[in-house]
Ligand binder design. Structure first.
Ligand code: ATP
Length: 402
């Protein structure tokens, strides 16, 4: 259908980039990038009409997103010269629009296209040796000025190498070393650094990538004082275990995975430096609260937990109740004792969601006036419930009377 929509408008269209790469690697693909040699927005509108999808377009960039009825997302871009900021390394030879579009991309493995027009449907286009590099399991830039053009690609190289278990090509690796030496990153916005770093830390296993970042000295791009010690990798491994434990039990509960690895990465920094990092990376207020304030509180509570293991569920609950998932998992990773990890697990799996059955109206019937007394009784009923002193609503009402 999509090819027919292109044919109707008389334009060439291609599926490109990550979709083609993942197809050739037999990996799961979730959305699709389409490049058309012509007006992307007209194409997207006509395609959306044909398949009863929704279309949102951005006139300024000549791009559009079509969401199909089953939720599948198709991003559409125009391969037209007026949309391009010309690459520093653009050769003077003429290029077709699709070739130019591929030339602007980051690594060879992302430069394949498959034509979708009905007559040429399925033709694989590979201008820059992508198939060879997929076979060699190598990340290579398309040209030597790639990191000058966009230094965030350094982080992307590490992300892809880690995700596919590829090596970074010799020349590309030298270009990265050069980018670090000459500090291509000094004018890079913190927001872009954060976006790339976050993607790395959200990968299934980010630890090899974090090690590679350190090998190249890229942690200093985040902050010149950011440094790791020999405990860092040990703790990162503990984070991985804690997250695996969590995801096994609570598969669909969303949380900020990246933040837990990140907290380990910055744990040797003083609060002042962490504040500077948060400012540079343009953290949102929520991120700031987690990374700065809550992390420090969590570290203090963890010390209390390890020094004086709580003897009752209610005590454990009162120590941990204010912490969100990310902080509980951070504490689990940093805990020195098994007993502490067990306590954290008990809190997270069993105690966290325990609620009392008694309601305000029950207390009113007992003659209690709404106000601070209400709160006090409710929290002592919760304490009793956590410590198995009450089981039913009647028990709770009796307890409240007492
Ligand atoms: P992922 O599976 O992580 O989404 P992806 O390859 O689809 O991988 P995106 O970040 O969605 O990655 O980017 C889509 C395409 O845009 C990439 O395949 C790549 O060709 C191109 N691209 C993205 N960022 C850059 C960049 N900084 N420089 C050049 N090309 C880029």
């Amino acid at each position: 259908k999509i090819g027919a929509a292109g044919d109707k408008l008389g334009i060439n269209l291609f599926v490109v980039g990550g979709f083609v790469r993942d197809l050739l690697l037999y990996r799961k693909v979730d959305d699709m990038d389409i490049v058309v040699e012509g007006d992307g927005i007209s194409f997207a509108k006509s395609f959306a009409l044909m398949c009863k999808g929704r279309c949102n377009s951005h006139k300024k960039f000549g791009t559009a997103v079509v969401v199909l009825p089953d939720g599948f997302k198709v991003d559409v871009a125009s391969a037209r010269r007026e949309y391009y900021k010309f690459p520093a390394a653009l050769p003077t030879v003429e290029m077709s629009s699709i070739k130019l579009d591929m030339f602007r991309r980051d690594f060879t493995i992302n430069t394949m296209a498959i034509q979708l027009n009905q007559e040429k449907f399925g033709t694989l286009i590979d201008f820059f040796g992508a198939q060879r590099d997929l076979k060699d399991k190598t990340i290579r830039t398309i040209h030597n000025l790639s990191f000058v053009e966009d230094p965030t690609r350094v982080f992307r190289a590490i992300k892809f190498a880690n995700r596919f278990d590829f090596t970074i090509g010799k020349l590309t690796s030298n270009l990265i070393q050069n980018a670090v030496r000459v500090d291509f990153f000094k004018n890079l916005s913190g927001l872009r650094v954060f976006s790339e770093l976050r993607q790395i830390l959200e990968e299934d296993d980010p630890i090899p990538a974090i090690k590679t970042l350190e090998t190249y000295g890229l942690e200093r791009v985040i902050h010149p004082y950011l440094a790791f010690d020999n405990q860092t990798v040990v703790l990162l491994e503990e984070v991985k275990k804690a997250l695996a434990w969590h995801d096994l039990l609570f598969l669909d509960t969303p949380y900020l995975r990246w933040s837990i690895y990140f907290m380990v990465m910055i744990r040797l920094c003083s609060p002042k430096i962490v504040q500077e990092i948060a400012d540079r990376l343009k953290f949102s207020p929520t991120h700031q609260r987690i990374i700065l304030n809550d992390r420090i509180k969590a570290e203090q509570r963890l010390e209390i937990l390890e020094a004086n293991p709580p003897k009752s569920n209610s005590r454990l609950h009162s120590i941990l109740k204010t912490f969100r998932t990310e902080l509980i998992l951070y504490m689990m990773a940093c805990a020195k004792k098994d007993e502490t990890r067990k306590a954290l697990s008990l809190f997270y799996t069993k105690l966290r969601d325990i609620k009392v059955l008694i309601r305000g109206e029950h207390l009113i019937t007992l003659g209690v006036r709404p106000g601070p007394e209400f709160k006090r009784i409710m929290s002592s009923v919760l304490k009793a419930r956590l410590d198995h002193q009450v089981a039913t609503l009647e028990n709770e009402i009796d307890f409240a009377k007492g």
